[in-house]
Design a protein around this ligand. Structure first.
Ligand SMILES: Cc1ncc(COP(=O)(O)O)c(C=O)c1O
Length: 435
């Protein structure tokens, strides 16, 4: 039986136009600033749009310097490289700055957060997640320092726009004299109360990164930024991002270079978007709150946050199904199977139902320690080594929070152009999955 003929869903009509997880929302001024770049012939990686977006984002986030780059991934690469160089010195041209070094990394995140560790020849060690914010677990981080006291770098992301436990993480980093690369790609506009003072994500690490990818809270179609209070670091990243030219009349190079600078056309789109950042956050917050209210009597919870210490940007609304309401579901590497059961459901059943009605949901980002590429890398939980814990002789194995959230959770349609009526239909589809 197909989902559309399943009597549980009778009376619901598929959406005429696809409902997206999170798509770009243009307002008009984006076109004006792109046209301005073309009319003034600043169609390059220099120009007024770039200067302006660097100034505006630095002001918004509360940092002194912003360097506009071609992608959040480029920002993360140069941030990670800068941290490696600061810690271990300048690498030779054919070697990464983290060659032979371990780096503690968020586990439930998009792989762009942590791939730069590999670009720099380092070895990511994945730190398990906590249930309060779905971000890096400070207890697991502390354990990781017990096991690998030599580590000096932490890459931490704020998942789905919800700030992680940065006060604890920063205190642990300070105690172990470690540096932090902050991946705020998903959390631009989210705030965190650090030692009693509200600050923006993107200002919490030693090296900070944001993204303007098409699915983010504001977009340039692509693009990212490196954020810092250090002029020296900002200048270095700007130099590296423009092919590492030295001050000579000809092309002169003492360091490996990259073509990572933002284009003035892309910056025009970003410039048109920035005035709408707070409005997008308010729309996303309303979406989150409507889901939360509507699901109050279902055996599910929304993605959590610490209301006293953080204000998320609500980029993606997610839910997690209570363990006793999980219908059977198994996932292989690229496929899955599930069974419907009365009063229960599973992420893959809900995602299939949403897709059948032309709405886009998504599984929770699959934890990095479960990814085939990183399967040989260490994974540390609050209890210690998270690998090889099932025991053929002794019953019981420890918790793996990231795997659990991946198994029971999913991302819901969170597009800020979704109408209340459309969201009500999404909610109804999800409710019927539990019939
Ligand atoms: C957590 C996280 N880090 C990094 C990135 C990479 O940003 P970009 O796509 O701008 O390279 C993304 C998303 O794309 C992300 O979600």
């Amino acid at each position: 039986m197909s989902i559309l003929t399943d009597p549980r869903f009778s009376g619901i009509k598929p959406f005429d136009k696809k409902l997206w997880l999170s798509s770009p929302t243009m307002h008009g001024d984006e076109q004006k600033w792109v046209d301005d770049a073309i009319q003034t012939n600043w169609v390059s990686t220099v120009g007024a749009n770039i200067n302006e977006v660097e100034k505006q984002i630095a002001e918004y986030v509360g940092v002194q310097y912003a360097v506009a780059l071609s992608a959040g991934t480029a920002a993360l690469h140069l941030a990670t490289k800068l941290a490696g160089e600061k810690l271990y010195g300048q690498a030779r041209p054919y070697e990464g700055t983290l060659a032979g070094r371990k780096v503690f990394c968020s586990d439930v995140t998009f792989d762009a957060s942590i791939n730069p560790v590999a670009y720099e020849d380092g070895e990511a060690v994945f730190i398990d997640t906590e249930y309060d914010t779905w971000n890096m677990c400070p207890k697991a981080l502390e354990k990781a320092f017990e096991i690998y006291p030599e580590v000096k770098l932490i890459v931490v992301a704020h998942l789905y726009g919800t700030p992680g436990k940065m006060e604890e993480i920063k205190a642990i980093a300070d105690r172990h004299e470690a540096l932090i690369v902050e991946d705020a790609a998903e959390s631009l506009g989210a705030r965190y109360k650090l030692n009693g003072e509200w600050v923006e994500t993107g200002s919490l690490g030693n090296y900070n990164c944001i993204s303007f990818n098409g699915n983010k809270i504001v977009t340039g179609s692509a693009g990212g930024m490196f954020l810092t209070n250090s002029k020296e670091d900002a200048d270095k990243v700007r130099k590296w991002s423009t092919q590492s030219r030295e001050a000579a009349p000809w092309y002169q190079h003492e360091e490996v270079g990259y073509n990572y600078r933002m284009s003035n056309i892309v910056a025009g789109v970003v410039r048109g978007q920035i005035p709408h950042l707070d409005e997008h956050i308010a729309q996303k917050k309303a979406i989150y709150e409507r889901y939360k209210k509507a699901f109050a009597d279902l055996p599910v919870k929304m993605n959590p946050f610490d209301a006293e210490k953080s204000e998320p940007n609500y980029w993606l609304s997610c839910m997690i199904i209570d363990e006793d309401a999980m219908a059977p579901m198994v996932r292989g590497e690229q496929d899955f199977l599930y069974k419907s059961e009365s009063g229960k459901s599973s992420p893959q059943e809900i995602l299939d139902a949403l897709a059948a009605f032309n709405a886009e949901g998504r599984p929770i980002w699959k934890p990095m320690h479960m990814q085939p590429i990183y399967r040989t890398h260490a994974f540390i939980t609050a209890e210690g080594n998270g690998r090889g814990r099932s025991n053929a002789y002794i019953a019981g194995s420890g918790a793996d929070v990231g795997a659990d959230i991946f198994r029971r959770g999913l991302c819901l349609p969170s597009d800020n152009k979704m109408t209340v009526e459309q969201q009500e239909t999404v909610i109804e589809i999800i409710r019927r999955c539990f019939l």
